[in-house]
Design a protein around this ligand. Sequence first.
Ligand SMILES: [Zn+2]
Length: 228
Amino acid sequence: MRLDSVFRLFLKSACPLCQRPTSTEFCLYCQRKLDQQRFANSSQFWHESPHVFTWGSYGGALKRAIAQLKYEHRSDLAVPLGRQVAQAWLTSPIRREIQPIIVPIPLHPERQRQRGYNQAELLAREFCNLTGCRLQAHALQRTQATEALFKLSATDREQTLNGAFELGKAFQRPAQSTPILLFDDIYTSGATVRSAMQTFRRYEIGVRGVIVLAKAMPSKIDKHQCRH
Ligand SMILES: [Zn+2]
């Protein structure tokens, strides 16, 4: 048992979503609310282009948990949230077909400096710890800040993101047979993922798809503020 788990047994902390005292990461009430956002079938969007594997639907308690993770310095929440994605992956039929290398979508260095971490990388790290997938945390780098993406139309968003990424110096080209999957916290229009895939394609490297914690459903995309 990890030391922080031992402490939690004796010292209840506040649930990050409702502030009630809890000995688990989220209180039982909020965990139930989180579970309501979960898709029964995480691979239901795997047939789309690009392929998307998603734990849940962006909204409700999951949206609030992601906001805590990103904007309230709760980097620790990447552990339980990344674990949920890993558990869904481990029971998924896709897992039997591919053993991917995982590449998290990077933040612009300036944004990462402000936040202190990249939430997609932390989620991917926990995911890889539990699934045994290999992580290439710095295979991609973001070369453009995309501050106000949510204000743009879908077409303008695609254009803005063109050339937003470059391969990182630490990137190690995998064997042809080893698929790459991107990893991000939220999937909205897919523009970010397509731009990252294009970057790999320039080097004739294929990317199979993306794993995300949450997918915004079409009716909600317009309202979602796409601020990495
Ligand atoms: Zn709670």
